[in-house]
Every structure is written in structure tokens, then in C-alpha cells.
Design a protein around this ligand. Structure first.
Ligand SMILES: [Fe+2]
Ligand SMILES: [Fe+2]
Length: 322
């Protein structure tokens, strides 16, 4: 376990992140050329075909479909993920505002988190705009998630470590998927590509903050509180990962994806299993570092199939095995 993060070092880190937000930030409408013909959503554009970085795009059933079907599913997949991403960020903002409302004066978290909320406002705008432009009328996350998300922000102040674990559980899989798509070297439509570039750049700060937030607090918890979080942590990761990554069966059926394919991709197929393990390598490193890996929690990670080697550093690219 690494040395405990001091409050002073934490505050300095937050100031750096806040300054980063002032120096590099994006606006959903001035930094994306929505009306550039190059960015138009054209249903005959093969750049909408999913890359093999997405387990759905890698599945043989998908690969065997005619080009127009691959494009249609590709556009739909981007729209659904953007919508769920938007819903997550909306939830994050509400919970973060709830957390901020009870902070004392001169707390560095106030400035940093309000910067983060400002950035997420732009992210929700760009994600919703992408959904609108695709013409895909998706509801986003599953119904239970959408309903629960109305009350979940209360955890922001009542149980902040679980709330920020949840934030990380939303941010990490999306970040991983975006980076993998851009690193795949396969063509990606310029519109989602631009959105991903902006998102990856700003999300790096958000993920850093969630890591620091937990690094400051968790090692100082008593045995009972840390023990409870150690078990809850992988459960939150897996449940929220599923909310983001697995499309609703009914919605998938509407674009012609058979239920067995959804089931196999998430997470029975080899690419699916591999993806599930890889999504959380950064988080495993964090869990090791802050004392959340123990005799009881390790089997939970394993049972949820998100165990494996922790990353050596954040954002470590996944080695190619083929
Ligand atoms: Fe975001
Ligand atoms: Fe974020």
C-alpha cells in the first residue's frame, strides 16, 4: 500500500486540476463544428461501422452483417452510449452539487468540483446533441437505473465515498471504450471522434479527482467502514458498467440484434470477457493502493469477473495478445 495522501498534497493536487480546467476547456457548441458537412450523420458512411475495440463490433455476427446494417447498428450504438453517458453525467452533477452544498469555507473541493460540473454540463450538451443528430430515439439506460437515478444524488452528501465510487464506475468504462476506439487505428466517424477527443481530455481530470478523493479518505477509514466499501466497491463497478455497456434487449431487437448476440457479447464471448476484465485495470490498481483488496473482497471481484492484473499506471494501454 502506498503512503497515505496528506490533506495538503490533496489540496495542492486539486488546485492543479482547477488550473487545468481554466487553461484547457471546451465548449459543446464552439469547439465542435456540428454543421460542417464532414460531420453530418450520413447513413451510407462506412466510418460508422463499429471498431473491434467494442465487443459488439468485434462479434462475428456483427462482422458478417451487410455494410448498411453494420452502419445502422453503429450509429445506434453511439447514440445509446451517448445517451447513457449523458444520464450518468447528469446524475454526477446533481450528486456533486448536493455534496458541495454542505462544504465549509476555504475547501478546495468547492472550486474543483464546480469546474467539473461546468465541464459535465458541456459534455451532456454534446452527448445529447449527438443523439439528436443521429435521429435515434433512445431512452438511454435501463428503466430501473433511470428511476433510481432520481434519488441517487442524495448519496453525494450521505455516503460520498460510495457516490464517488459510482462516479468512477461510470467514467472508467466510457473512458476505456473511447481510448480503445481511438487507439484501434480503425476508421471512426469524425463527429464521435471529435466528441471523444474533447471528452478524454477533460475526463482525465475527473477521473484523477475521483481517485484522489478516495485516496485521501479510504485509507483513514476504520476497519468496518473500509471493509464495507471493499465489498461494495466491485459491486458498484460491475453494476454500473453493465448499465453503460449493455444495451437494452428490446432496443437492440429494434435494430435487428438478436438477443443471443447481446448475451454472448456481454460478457460470454472471448472479446466480451476480455473487455470486462480490462475495463477495470486502473480501478484495480486504485483498490490495491487504498486497501480495498482483502480476503473477502477479492473473491467478489472474481465472481463478478472483473478481477485480473492491476494497471501499472493509469491509462496503461492494453497489450495486444493477438
Ligand atoms: Fe464527461
Ligand atoms: Fe466526468
Amino acid at each position: 500500500m502506498t503512503a497515505n495522501l496528506t490533506r495538503k498534497a490533496y489540496d495542492a493536487r486539486l488546485r492543479t486540476l482547477s488550473e487545468g480546467s481554466v487553461n484547457v476547456s471546451f465548449n459543446a457548441f464552439t469547439d465542435i463544428a456540428w454543421d460542417d458537412p464532414e460531420f453530418a450523420v450520413d447513413t451510407s458512411d462506412p466510418r460508422w461501422v463499429l471498431t473491434s475495440a467494442d465487443a459488439l463490433g468485434a462479434h462475428p455476427w456483427y462482422r458478417e452483417q451487410p455494410l448498411d446494417v453494420q452502419i445502422r447498428i453503429g450509429i445506434w450504438r453511439w447514440a445509446v452510449i451517448a445517451k447513457v453517458g449523458m444520464q450518468f453525467e447528469n446524475l454526477l452533477m446533481r450528486g456533486a452539487l448536493d455534496y458541495l452544498a454542505q462544504l465549509g469555507n476555504r475547501n478546495e473541493e468547492f472550486r474543483y468540483l464546480t469546474h467539473e460540473i461546468t465541464e459535465e454540463t458541456h459534455h451532456t450538451q454534446m452527448f445529447q446533441e449527438l443523439v439528436n443528430r443521429t435521429g435515434v430515439d433512445t431512452a438511454g439506460g435501463k428503466r430501473w437505473f433511470r428511476q433510481l437515478s432520481r434519488v441517487l444524488p442524495l448519496a453525494g452528501s450521505l455516503y460520498p465515498e460510495a457516490f464517488f465510487t459510482g462516479i468512477l464506475a461510470g467514467e472508467e468504462p466510457i473512458d476505456h471504450l473511447q481510448k480503445a476506439a481511438l487507439r484501434s487505428g480503425e476508421p471512426v466517424h469524425p463527429l464521435p471522434q471529435r466528441i471523444m477527443q474533447i471528452h478524454i481530455a477533460e475526463e482525465a481530470r475527473h477521473i484523477s479527482f475521483a481517485h484522489e478523493f478516495l485516496r485521501l479518505r479510504v485509507p483513514r477509514f476504520g476497519k468496518a467502514r473500509r471493509g464495507a466499501l471493499s465489498v461494495l466497491f466491485p459491486v458498484i463497478m460491475r453494476v454500473l458498467c453493465d448499465v453503460i455497456m449493455i444495451p437494452d434487449r428490446k432496443s437492440a431487437a429494434e435494430v435487428g440484434i438478436p438477443a443471443w448476440v447481446v448475451k454472448e457479447v456481454f460478457w460470454k464471448s472471448e472479446a466480451g470477457r476480455k473487455m470486462l476484465h480490462e475495463l477495470f485495470s486502473d480501478v484495480r490498481m486504485l483498490a490495491e493502493d487504498i486497501g480495498l483488496m482483502n480476503k473477502v473482497s477479492r473473491p467478489v471481484w472474481k465472481a463478478l469477473r472483473i478481477d485480473g492484473r492491476p494497471a501499472r499506471f493509469r491509462g496503461e494501454p492494453v497489450p495486444h495478445t493477438d
